[in-house]
Ligand binder design. Structure first.
Ligand SMILES: [Zn+2]
Length: 444
């Protein structure tokens, strides 16, 4: 047991799937498109271009905040976060500083631990750099298709002490934005980008005097590995009597290691100030209450209801509700299955155990009926007592000496003929596999 306790916080960026970008009419559906074809003076940051906020994006950001139990600021605004980088042509990012849309939310993990959500705010994405080497010359190219795509940032308190909890939190967060239908949360396309900040402490009541951020991780598995890597690295430094440097690091997935990107001598000075081109945003409490009513039943609520209403074990309810479409399919099948006397748990088992290629994310009646037919078929299999099976097998062996001899001399395919004979003798629909296994036992 290590004497150090990991103190971990998390920043997650979620790209919204709105039709248009955050402050202009360009299509936000940019993934895999020809570079610099989804651009206009606003998202290219040309002088004099004026941003117009995307109402849908703001509403979706507030929905995320509400789903995370946040308080909503009825008076809010956008701010300029000033910094210079090649993927940011304006020299500033429009973000939110002191009045984010949501504050003070939380998520409760399955082990009962509460993770505090500090803030949920809205900002715009930047362009994307790619690095190349042409004729021995290193070049960096920039694609502005992503510039200005709506981004929601969700920041937690440093409440994690364990990478496993971080991964569970991320799974829950992804489930929430997917249930809300506001982001595809496709990790491989960069819809969700993860930044853990990590430090070690010997006293859990005190925050250490340093922290290390690992930027832009695009998979839950890599977050898990990056945190483990950092914990070990910090431990070694602390054991030498030194303090890890406050810095930003990247994750190298080929080397399974983090690497130093930028040392923070002091806190970044972004010289935030209110965005002068966008008036402050006011919401009435009534409007927020109305929005809250539109929130769908989320996964944790569904799990609770499924375990209660259908008497399902929590683990099965969790698997069934991972995708909203699967949960809906289950409930449709339960409704139809009721008349046929098929229990919810039987339907749950069929959905959970079916091979992946049968997974259809559409809730058509044909599919549900096919599912029920399979459950009914399973149900029709009747029980057979060991006694009865033994008698039948003895009789079949006695009646088919030639086949038995063939089997014993190595002609294994004959077993299916004998199984068929047994099934006929039994005269009911029993599990052929059980018959086969008992038959093999009797013949050896
Ligand atoms: Zn644009």
């Amino acid at each position: 047991m290590s004497k150090y306790i990991p103190i971990i916080g998390l920043e997650v960026h979620v790209e919204l799937k709105t039709k248009s970008k955050m402050f202009c009419g360009c299509s936000a559906d940019y993934f895999g498109k020809e570079p610099n074809t989804h651009t206009c003076p606003v998202c290219l940051g040309l002088p004099g271009a004026l941003p117009i906020p995307n109402k849908q994006a703001i509403e979706w950001c507030i929905k995320i905040a509400l789903a995370l139990g946040c308080e909503i600021n009825l008076f809010s605004k956008f701010d300029r976060k000033n910094y210079f980088y090649h993927d940011l042509p304006k020299g500033y990012q429009i973000s939110q500083y002191d009045l984010p849309f949501g504050t003070k939310g939380s998520i409760v993990l399955s082990n009962g631990k509460t993770i505090g959500i500090t803030r949920v705010h809205m900002e715009e994405d930047t362009g994307k750099l790619s690095h190349h080497e042409t004729n021995g010359v290193k070049t960096s190219l920039v694609d502005f298709n992503r510039s200005g795509v709506p981004l929601v940032e969700i920041v937690t308190e440093p409440d994690f002490h364990d990478a496993k909890d971080v991964v569970e939190y991320l799974q829950m967060l992804r489930s929430i934005v997917r249930y809300l239908d506001v982001s595809n949360a496709d990790m491989e396309k960069g819809d969700m980008r993860l930044e853990p900040n990590i430090s070690l402490s010997t006293d859990p009541t005190k925050l250490p005097n340093y922290k290390v951020e690992v930027k832009n991780i695009n998979s839950f598995r890599f977050v898990d590995k990056a945190i483990a890597y950092e914990i070990k690295r910090h431990e070694e430094i602390l054991e030498r009597g030194e303090t890890p440097i406050q810095e930003t690091r990247g994750w190298n997935e080929n080397k399974n290691a983090t690497f130093s990107q930028r040392v923070k001598e002091e806190a970044n000075d972004y010289r935030y100030f209110p965005e002068p081109d966008i008036p402050p945003i006011r919401h009435t409490q009534e409007a927020i209450d109305e929005l809250k009513k539109t929130l769908p039943e989320l996964q944790t609520e569904k799990i609770a209801r499924f375990t209660k209403e259908y008497s399902l074990p929590a683990i099965k309810a969790e698997i069934l509700t991972r995708e909203k479409s699967r949960a809906d399919e289950f409930e449709n099948a339960v409704k139809l299955g009721q008349e046929k006397g098929i229990s919810p748990e039987q339907i749950a088992n069929m959905i959970i155990n079916r091979p992946d290629d049968l997974e259809i994310h559409v809730n058509n009646t044909i599919h549900v009926e096919a599912l029920l037919q399979r459950v009914e078929l399973e149900n029709k299999r009747e029980e057979i007592s060991e006694e009865e099976l033994k008698l039948v097998i003895q009789k079949v062996i006695a009646d088919n000496p030639k086949a038995v001899e063939d089997y014993k001399s190595g002609k294994e395919s004959v077993i299916m003929f004998l199984v068929g004979q047994c099934m006929r003798a039994i005269g009911r629909k029993v599990d052929a596999n059980i018959v086969k296994q008992s038959l093999i036992k009797a013949l050896t």
